[in-house]
Design a binder for this molecule. Structure first.
Ligand code: CP
Ligand code: NVA
Length: 303
């Protein structure tokens, strides 16, 4: 595996498998009450330029469970916002820390940070990608279905960071990915083109949600206005009409379909309460798995 985890596209199938194997093992150990502290004495820095519930808590708790500590570095309190260069910050933080997790707006700035850092850099969400979430989602599918090979995953809604991450994973792993996004809200054009060209099982972009979800094993959705798009909210609510994951749409999928969402969710917008709180929903397991999967990632990269 590379020094950093910046994009799902940087991972090969063996890397995915070793993260899933690690997450499975660490989850088992935690449930069995076994103490496992391979990162004793190590420190993870966590840069947050956007809000978070799951990412912050799961990285902080995960680091503690692995024997190390995590430092929360919010944008308000750092010199970076006052004009210190990314390169200087990366070089200096590399002298204090053993790893860094970054949640920010631009993917390029995370990549720039990683280029100048001598320690592992983990992408904790950018406008473009959300690899830790995607890995936890796939791990959840493996737990529930025994694997991902040959399954049909339907992504309905905004062509945002989660959609891009799903396409990147489908470019490497043999599951079918069918997306349905409204015109003008497609996934990143470069990522989509590459995904369509390289996906072993196939990536297809539809306009009609019904086409994407027919006989699906998994239905995935995400908010219609992501962090940083608050000003577009009203316009987006109109444009995404018809893209809600509701019971009539779910009825087109397989009977035992898994309903997934990275959370936070807006009930009554991208998904109905009936569906997200219904018997097919695995959203709470997905959120729990952030902890186990990120521990596996940190163990691999920071040990
Ligand atoms: N899914 C996710 O990343 O949640 P947070 O924004 O709460 O971290
Ligand atoms: N697409 C959402 C995901 C939140 C975890 C956002 O970027 O706000």
């Amino acid at each position: 595996m590379k020094k950093d985890l910046l994009s799902e596209y940087d991972l090969e199938r063996v890397d995915y498998e070793s993260i899933f194997e690690g997450a499975h093992r660490l989850k088992r150990m935690l449930k069995d009450g076994k103490v496992h502290t391979p990162l004793k004495g190590k420190t993870l820095g966590m840069i947050f330029d956007k809000s978070s519930t799951r990412t912050r808590i799961s990285f902080e708790v995960g680091m503690y469970q692995l024997g190390g500590i995590a430092l929360f570095l919010s944008s308000r309190d750092r010199q970076l916002g006052r004009g210190e260069t990314v390169a200087d910050a990366a070089r200096i933080m590399s002298r204090y820390l053993n790893g860094i997790m970054i949640r920010t707006f631009s993917q390029e700035s995370v990549e720039e940070f990683a280029r100048h850092a001598s320690i592992p850099v983990i992408n904790g969400l950018t406008d473009l990608l959300h690899p830790c979430q995607l890995l936890s989602d796939l791990f959840t599918i493996i737990e529930k279905r025994g694997g991902y090979e040959g399954l049909k995953v339907a992504y309905v809604g905004d062509g945002n960071n989660m959609a891009n991450s799903w396409i990147n994973a489908a470019a490497k792993l043999p599951f079918h990915l069918d997306l349905a996004c409204p015109d003008g809200y497609d996934p990143d054009a470069k990522i989509l083109k590459r995904g369509v060209a390289e996906a072993p099982a196939g990536v297809t972009l539809h306009r009609e949600p019904a086409e994407a979800v027919r006989d699906a094993d998994v239905i995935y959705t995400d908010v219609w206005a992501s962090m940083g798009q608050e000003a577009e909210r009203e316009e987006r609510m109109k444009r995404f009409e018809g893209y809600q994951v509701n019971q009539p749409l779910v009825d087109l999928a397989k009977k035992d379909v898994l309903i997934m969402h990275c959370l936070p969710a807006h009930r009554g917008e991208e998904i109905t309460a009936e569906v997200i709180d219904g018997s097919r929903s695995v959203v709470i397991d997905e959120a729990e798995n952030r902890l186990h999967v990120q521990k596996a990632i940190m163990e691999i990269l920071m040990r």
